[in-house]
Design a protein around this ligand. Structure first.
Ligand code: FMN
Length: 168
């Protein structure tokens, strides 16, 4: 079995999750940014990760998934600035599932990822009170240091579960 772990990551959070997942993959495997992937043909199992950007899956990742995963065995992982129990997360995850609806989706993982200071500064100046509230949460230190070791360990567990399912 040949496995690919590929990701989009603007500020490194999703990449850290991708590395943890990759570390759990046995056998033949490849690791790389999604922008460098031309075809999924060679792979039996594909982990694809990306951040949540502006209330949905990162657009480049979403487009890639919609156009390339039909009939493939896939697991999706994502990071977002909001805490995992935020009311908007379920909708973002539904959009991730929807993008991969043509694939055999073996699992979906999400966790919080620290929001970059430049984004916090931008959100603090937004007109939309919801966006400002995100900025204020970030400015107060919420999410700092995420994904932490407990989240990385959850990502490893997720990888092991998906790999076990793929081997069934
Ligand atoms: C342009 C932009 C838009 C974002 N929009 C959201 C959002 O709608 N909801 C959210 O929870 N986090 C949002 N974030 C925060 C990122 O999803 C979060 O920090 C993520 O862990 C970043 O992953 P990365 O370091 O792999 O890029 C946004 C970040 C950026 C840069």
């Amino acid at each position: 079995m040949k496995t690919l772990v590929t990701y989009v990551s603007n500020t490194g959070n999703t990449r850290r999750v991708a590395e943890a997942i990759f570390g759990e993959v046995p056998g033949e495997k490849e690791f790389g940014e999604l922008s460098g992937i031309e075809s999924l043909e060679a792979y039996d199992l594909i982990f694809i990760g990306f951040p949540i950007n502006a209330g949905g899956p990162n657009p480049a990742a979403k487009e890639f998934i919609e156009n390339n995963v039909a009939g493939k065995t896939v697991a999706v992982f994502t990071t977002h600035g909001a805490p995992e129990d935020h009311e908007d997360v379920a909708g973002w995850l539904a959009a991730c599932r929807e993008a991969a609806s043509e694939a055999d989706l073996l699992g979906l993982f999400d966790c919080q990822g620290e929001v970059d200071q430049a984004i916090i500064d931008f959100l603090l100046k937004a007109d939309d009170p919801k966006l400002r509230a995100f900025g204020e949460a970030g400015a107060s230190g919420e999410g700092k240091g995420q994904p932490d070791e407990s989240r990385i360990e959850r990502a490893r567990e997720f990888a092991r579960e998906v790999i076990a399912k793929a081997g069934d």
